[in-house]
Design a protein around this ligand. Sequence first.
Ligand code: TXA
Ligand code: MG
Length: 336
Amino acid sequence: MSLIVQATPEAIAQAAERLRAGALVTLPTETVYGLGADATNDRAVAAIFEAKGRPTFNPVIVHVANRAQAEEIVEFDIRARLLAELFWPGPLTMILPRKPGSAVSLLCSAGLPTIAVRCPSHPVARQLIAALGRPIAAPSANASGLLSPTTPQHVAQSLGEKAGMILAGGKAAVGLESTVIDLSGDVAVLLRPGGVTLDELEMHLGEVRVETEAVDDKPKSPGQLLKHYAPRTPLRLHAVDVAVGEALLAFGSLKFMGMQGGGFAKQKLPDGWLLNLSETGDLNEAAANVFAMLHTLDGCGAKTIAVMNIPDTGLGLAINDRLKRAAGAQEASPQK
Ligand code: TXA
Ligand code: MG
C-alpha cells in the first residue's frame, strides 16, 4: 500500500526532503491531487511519466509558490501579470516562453520553448513548494487515461505505491483541473476549460481563441492540439552504424557501433557529436536526457542525427513516440 499521511508541518518537511532527493510526492491542490517532482531534476520528472504509465511525453504543469518564483523561469508580459494579479493563487495555468537559463527540466515542457506555470491556492501545496524552495512539476495524480483524483484514496487506488508519499489535504475543492491558457503568442488561446471561465478571461484580455477538445464536439486526443518539439536536423532512427557527417544519439553500449567505411564511432566522431542517453541502458536516465541531448546535437553542425535503437518497453515507448514524431515532422516539412 502507498503511504497516505496527514499534511502536518513535519510531514510537509519530510515530503520536501523526499522531493529534494529526487523522489515523487503526491500533493493536494485545490483542483485535483498532483503527482509531484522537483521540476529542476530531469530524472525525477522522468519518474512522473514512468509512474503514470504515459505512452507519450506530454508537457506537465510547473507549480510555483508565487509570481516572483514564476518570473525566474518564464517571461511574463502585461497580460500574464494581469491574470496572475487577478487569479493567482488559483486554478489558472499560463503557458509562457521559457526564460533563457531557466532551471526547469526540458522534460517538463517536452522540449517546447514554453513552460506551463500555475500558483495553486491549496495551503499544503504552497507550503510544500516553499519548503522545497524550487518549483514542483505535477500532472494529475492518476494513471494515464483514468479520471483525475480529488481525494488521497483515489490516488492510492489508481497509482498504488507509484504515488510515493501521499500528502492528504482533504477533498479537492474545485474538483476539476485548472484552466490552461496559452499566452506565448500574440493571441491568447484557451487550451483547457477549467475553474477560471472563458468569460472571466475575455473580460480582461479581450478576445480569446478557443482550441479545446470540445470546441467542435469532435473529440481530439490532447496530444493532437500540442505543438511538438522537433530538432531541425533530420533524425535517422534505428541506426546500426554512423555515416560521415552524422552525429550519434546513443543508447547503451557503444562497443560495436561502427562508422560506415570502417572504424568505431567512439573514436571517429568529432567532439560533441556523440551523446549517450544512458550508457547502462537505463530508460529513466534516457528519458531524463532525451530533450536536452536532442537540443545539443541539433546545434553541433551535423547533417543528420543517427539514433540507436531504444527498446519499446516502459519509458522506451514514450521516448520512441517522441523520436518518431520528431522524425515524421521533418518528413512533412522537407524545407526545414
Ligand atoms: O489542475 C491542474 O492543472 C492539475 C493540478 C495537479 O495542478 N494538473 C494537471 O496537469 O492537470 P496535467 O499534466 O494532467 O495537465 C496539463 C495540461 C495538459 O493538457 C498539457 O498538455 C498542457 O497542460 N500543457 C502543459 N504544458 C504545456 C505547454 N508548454 N504547451 C502546451 N500545453 C501544455
Ligand atoms: Mg491529467
